[in-house]
Design a protein around this ligand. Structure first.
Ligand SMILES: CC1=C(CCC(=O)O)c2cc3nc(cc4[nH]c(cc5[nH]c(cc1n2)c(C)c5CCC(=O)O)c(CCC(=O)O)c4C)C(CCC(=O)O)=C3C
Ligand SMILES: [Fe+2]
Length: 305
């Protein structure tokens, strides 16, 4: 049995505050941020303790997925490639090739597809693989993977259990906002976020839930709305006292969760007399890791590998 590669791709995070400028420049496709923009981002990293736990969590996720896949009788080797930091996606592909791997499944640690998110990872992976003659099967989305939905539902249930009156709490499913032009592009991102949220709501029989966007970029073009922060006053006006935020578009604790939700949104909520409870992130919890392994196994079967 030959070893099958798994190219596991994730966003990447600066390892320390000195790396923030280079990171931000990379996210902005080579345009350096203004001193004000940089200072604001540094301030947000400082507010969550100086560094984001994202890199360590991503490494643990990759190792755990490899363990589960191989424990099920497979022969996989997982390689981690980051979009904005080292080890880069192309480096991970090159490492696979050096190790003699000629087939790999490429998966992004983000469940919902958009041409402006998941596709940008594949756009780095595909040419790197082609150049080396490595066959790549790219997974576009996995937001409806049954055990992923189970994991998401379990976290919403657990967050509701932390509410004083779970039946009267509003659940808001969020994801990273994207430029609103994806709507004219026929992009499936918005529909997919509704699909996974609806599936969870159905599993739990939720009657009070809605959808919102978070962490929109600081650019001039319009972004998908409504923004979570703008929704909170309406939720308060409608008489809710507790709100559960499920950042379903993210699978780890990182800046967008630890700052944008835990600090910024929580402060907004408190000023409105709302208690905000956030669902726990997936990180390397076994139920989530099994779900990712299921996605990879499914892709392997579909390829006939
Ligand atoms: C769709 C999407 C995901 C989810 C899917 C996926 O995971 O891929 C995601 C995740 C993440 N985004 C992250 C960080 C940042 N994203 C930024 C900016 C942007 N994100 C965008 C999109 C996404 N981003 C876009 C279109 C921009 C604007 C770029 C521009 O200007 O054209 C900025 C710049 C400053 C700011 O705007 O806040 C930062 C610092 C971190 C790591 C946090 C940590 O370090 O813990 C993570 C996991
Ligand atoms: Fe981002």
């Amino acid at each position: 049995m030959t070893t099958l590669g798994v190219l596991m791709m994730a966003y990447g995070t600066p390892r320390n505050l000195d790396e923030v400028e280079a990171y931000y420049t990379d996210i902005r496709r080579g345009r350096r941020p203004t001193p004000e923009q940089l200072a604001d981002l540094v301030r947000r990293y400082q507010a969550i303790g100086g560094v984001s736990p994202l890199y360590e969590i991503t490494v643990r996720q990759a190792q755990a997925v490899e363990r589960v896949l191989n424990g099920q009788g497979g022969r996989f080797r997982v390689y981690l490639g980051m979009k904005h930091t080292a080890p880069r996606i192309a480096e991970a592909v090159a490492a696979m090739h050096r190790d003699g791997i000629d087939r790999a499944i490429a998966i992004v640690l983000a469940p919902h597809y958009s041409a402006l998110s998941v596709e940008t990872y594949h756009e780095q992976a595909r040419p790197a693989a082609e150049k080396l003659g490595l066959e790549l099967a790219c997974v576009n989305q996995w937001h409806l993977e049954p055990r992923f939905l189970d994991a998401l539902a379990a976290r919403v249930e657990e967050a509701l259990a932390r509410c004083e009156d779970p039946r009267r709490a509003m659940v808001i499913f969020t994801a990273h906002s994207l430029p609103a032009r994806i709507l004219e592009m026929g992009d499936p991102y918005v529909d997919q976020l509704h699909e996974s949220g609806e599936a969870v709501a159905k599993r739990l029989g939720l009657s009070h839930y809605t959808f919102g966007w978070q962490s929109a970029g600081r650019t001039a073009e319009p972004w998908l709305g409504p923004d979570l922060l703008e929704m909170l006053p309406t939720v308060a006006q409608d008489g809710y006292r507790e709100v559960v935020v499920c950042s379903q578009g993210f699978v780890a604790d990182h800046l967008e969760v630890l700052y944008d939700v835990d600090i910024e949104a929580k402060q907004h909520a408190e000023r409105l007399g709302l208690r905000l409870v956030r669902t726990r992130q997936m990180n390397d919890d076994p139920d989530f890791i099994q779900a990712v392994a299921d996605v990879i196994e499914r892709a392997r079967r579909e390829q006939g590998w």
